[in-house]
Structure formats: structure tokens, C-alpha cells
Design a protein around this ligand. Structure first.
Ligand code: PMV
Length: 308
């Protein structure tokens, strides 16, 4: 039996602008994870067992475009294996789908690691990351690669597209409440809409991306220096720029406003936007009150996580 696990992730600053080569900051979220277990199958072929989505099927019976099939086929193709072994692949994930926690990338990374162990060819992180990025491209159009990178390395990452991975240190732990709107919003759509805006008026949106990039750099310094108080206003400012980019929504704005009214130091949407998650920076004394306020404002669920 071979098993592998990958955490969820949350983007702290810099979404969307990161697609246009500005930096972004993201961290793993270990409370939510994808787990893959591979065992020999008594039946010929590859069998996929994903109880969370009530799926139990032969891989060959799934459409070629199926998300799980693309990862598994992509893995064997990349390894030049034309007749894969008969295996049973069990996939479980506690990461909410299409909400900004990187569920797709986490399943890809866990699958690639478990499959490579099953064929006795464990891959180095860089190869896992490259393969997971190829899969992200199939689903997202023009992904920056931030999701697969943070999830593969499971460390806080200062990410710049096409640059070598750069991790960063956290001077002082800080706590976030992640609020899930419960609205499933495909990243591909918000990224595509930003692309349309940019194509129509690149100079104006480049300025907005520059502003977001500057926030990311200040945030990285503040996090490294343990200057947590400085992060709140930077989150608020980043959220305001996302409103301009049209990637917020009334549901996200409601949760962000409720968090701030309940004493959060700052709050912003996280991920592709339009739905999915927001994050609020809290202190240990008001984390519960902020989580309650976010829920009362309509969040389906909250996760409180400490970044260290
Ligand atoms: O929705 P998520 O968490 O997968 O994040 C998307 C982040 C974007 O910057 C909007 C897109 C990207 O590929 O980086």
C-alpha cells in the first residue's frame, strides 16, 4: 500500500496580479488535506474510489476530460508507462472544492506522489511540482503555478511566476479566520474576466497590478519582521483593489465587512474571488468573535489557522 497526503493552501496577498508576473504570498493550510491510498487491485485496470464525490469506477470508463483521469493519465504518460499496473486508487479530501483552498492542486500533488511511490520511482518535489502545474494548466487556462508550488513544498512561499521557488520565514505567528462563502466560483472564469479587462486597457490594469505587487512586498517584510499589525491595512487595501478588478462579490464583501466590524485587523478575499474564501487577520482574543460574525454574515463554514 502507498499513501500520500497534501495540504490545502491559502493565498495571503497578490492573487490575479501574480498571473501578470507580480509576486504573491501563500501558505499551506494543514487543517484541510487531500489523501491518496494506492493498493493492488484484484481486477485488471485502474480503479478510482473517491467516496467524497460518490465515485467508484474504472479509470477507462471516465471521460478523458475528467479531472482525476487527467492527473492519472498525465502521470503515466510523463513516466512513459503505456501499460500501468492494476491498482485501486482511493482519494479523500477535506478541502472544499472551488473555494480558493487549492483542492484540485492538492489532489494532483497527493496523487502524483502516491503513484510515483507505487511504481517505486518516488519523484523529487521539483518534478511533482512541474507535473502538477501541467495539470493545473489543463483546468485553469493560464494559472500562475502558485497553488501547486505552495502545496508541493508545504511551506510559506513568496511566489513569482517562472522564478525559482522562494520560501519565507514568519517572524511571529499570526492567526487567520478563513470564511467560505459556500459559493463555488471557478478560478478560470475570474482569471478570464480579468484577462478581458486587461486586453481592453492594459496600461490602467498594469498600474493596479503594480499596486498589488507593492502590497505583497510590504506584507512579506512585515511578516518576516513579525510586524503583524501592519498586515491588516495591507489586506484591506488589497481587497479594495480586487473590488476594482471586479473579482469580489457582494457575498465576499459582506464577510469582509463583518470581520472588520467584529474587530479583525484586516480582511480580504483569497483566491480567484467571486465566491470561495475570504481571510481575516485576528488576535487570539477575538478569533472566536470574528468567526462567529463571519458565519452570521452568511459564511457556510470557517477555519481558524495559525501561520508559523
Ligand atoms: O482560486 P485559487 O485559490 O486557485 O487561486 C487562484 C489565484 C489566481 O491568482 C487568481 C490565479 C492563479 O493562477 O494564480
Amino acid at each position: 500500500m502507498n499513501t500520500a497526503s497534501a495540504p490545502g493552501k491559502i493565498i495571503l496577498f497578490g492573487e490575479h496580479a501574480v498571473v501578470y508576473n507580480r509576486p504573491a504570498l501563500a501558505v499551506p493550510v494543514f487543517q484541510a488535506h487531500a489523501d491518496v491510498e494506492i493498493s493492488d487491485s484484484p481486477r485488471p485496470g485502474i480503479w478510482v474510489d473517491a467516496p467524497d464525490i460518490s465515485l467508484y469506477a474504472a479509470l477507462s470508463a471516465l471521460p478523458h476530460t475528467d479531472a482525476l483521469r487527467t492527473v492519472i493519465d498525465g502521470f503515466f504518460q510523463a513516466q512513459n508507462i503505456s501499460s500501468p499496473p492494476s491498482i485501486n486508487i482511493k482519494i479523500k479530501s477535506s478541502i472544499p472544492v472551488a473555494s480558493g483552498l487549492g483542492s484540485g492542486a492538492a489532489v494532483s500533488v497527493a496523487l502524483i506522489r502516491a503513484l510515483s511511490a507505487a511504481i517505486h520511482k518516488p519523484l523529487p518535489d521539483a518534478d511533482v511540482n512541474d507535473l502538477a502545474y501541467e495539470i493545473e494548466k489543463l483546468h485553469h487556462g493560464t494559472p500562475s503555478g502558485i497553488d501547486n508550488t505552495v502545496i508541493t513544498y508545504a511551506k510559506p512561499v513568496y511566489f513569482v511566476r517562472d522564478q525559482p521557488i522562494e520560501t519565507f520565514s514568519v517572524g511571529q505567528p499570526f492567526t487567520l479566520v478563513i470564511g467560505n462563502t459556500g459559493i463555488s466560483a471557478p478560478t478560470k472564469e475570474s482569471v478570464g474576466d480579468v484577462r478581458k479587462l486587461w486586453l481592453a486597457d492594459a496600461p490602467s490594469w498594469e498600474k493596479v497590478f503594480d499596486q498589488i505587487g507593492a502590497i505583497v512586498k510590504q506584507a512579506r517584510t512585515a511578516i518576516q519582521d513579525g510586524n503583524i499589525r501592519a498586515l491588516g491595512p495591507l489586506m484591506n487595501e488589497n481587497h479594495r483593489l480586487f473590488q476594482q478588478l471586479t473579482v469580489s462579490s457582494s457575498a465576499l464583501d459582506r464577510l469582509v465587512d463583518a470581520a472588520c466590524a467584529a474587530g479583525a485587523m484586516g480582511a480580504k478575499l483569497s483566491g480567484g474571488g467571486r465566491g470561495g474564501n475570504m481571510i481575516a487577520l485576528v488576535s487570539s482574543s477575538n478569533a472566536k468573535a470574528v468567526a462567529t460574525a463571519i458565519k452570521s454574515a452568511g459564511a457556510q463554514s470557517t477555519i481558524t489557522t495559525t501561520i508559523q
